[in-house]
Design a protein. Structure first.
Length: 249
């Protein structure tokens, strides 16, 4: 019996060490990508106000879609198929907040394009996502600007390095998850339940794009650090309430 207990403890300790090293590597890569992105930016004075500052980063290659969408006077981060991610956890409980942020990340959502059916109305700037909190325990549609600007001091938009057709198809695939319940088991993927990063991951797996090659549960950090994505938009709120937006153009 003692041997079995010892083996279990060794296995658990090995898993914790493996997870810690992996998460540390992902956090370092994500921070480095953001730092490099911001360092290449040019301030756009004519678009900026006292409360919102805009910066642009010149892309090394022509973009097939812009890094943000506009509707009226509003600017929405991301284009169809892009993934909006928040690195920090939504919970505000000490220790738990730090642990989730370090090992898992915060939240992920998939950008879409105008689409309407009997059940779904998608507008420019809408995202499909699921949070598992409050009333958002099923996959539903949100306004990306209102949600991410309102809830997160910092968020990123990633574009999957694949064809435009695949990115559009991934969004179409994700619509089949609309209304599904939140998967609180995380480790065990389920056909009829999703968690936020799992929803994004499965939408792209259906077009043979693997965002998380380790085959385990897909965390937000897995997506942000994936070699299949690159940063196209970054936003942060400073201590004075001024938001800084950086867009690839």
């Amino acid at each position: 019996m003692r041997k079995i207990v010892s083996l279990i403890l060794v296995a658990l300790l090995s898993f914790v060490i493996w997870a810690t090293i992996g998460s540390l590597a992902e956090n370092i890569k994500i921070s480095a990508d953001v730092r490099d992105f911001v360092n290449k930016a040019t301030f756009i004075e004519e678009k900026s106000t006292t409360r919102i500052k805009y910066y642009e980063i010149k892309s090394d290659k022509p973009l097939d879609l812009p890094s943000y969408q506009t509707r009226g006077s509003m600017t929405y981060p991301g284009s169809p198929g892009d993934i909006i991610c928040a690195k920090t956890a939504a919970v505000e409980i000490p220790i738990l907040y730090e642990g989730i942020t370090f090992y898992v990340g915060g939240h992920a959502a998939l950008c879409g394009f105008p689409y309407e059916s009997d059940e779904i109305t998608f507008n420019t700037g809408s995202t499909l996502e699921i949070t598992g909190f409050g009333s958002d325990i099923t996959a539903n549609i949100k306004n990306s600007y209102t949600f991410f600007n309102g809830y997160y001091d910092e968020f990123m938009v990633y574009r999957v390095d694949t064809s435009l057709e695949n990115r559009f198809q991934a969004f179409i695939n994700s619509l089949s998850y609309y209304g599904q319940s939140y998967n609180y088991s995380f480790i065990f993927n389920q056909k009829t339940k999703k968690y936020c990063s799992n929803l994004v991951d499965m939408a792209y797996r259906d077009v043979d794009v693997i965002l998380n090659p380790d085959g385990l549960a897909t965390t937000v950090l897995d997506i942000m650090a994936s070699p299949r994505v690159y940063l196209v938009y970054y936003s942060r709120l400073d201590d004075d309430g001024i938001r800084y937006n950086y867009a690839l153009v």
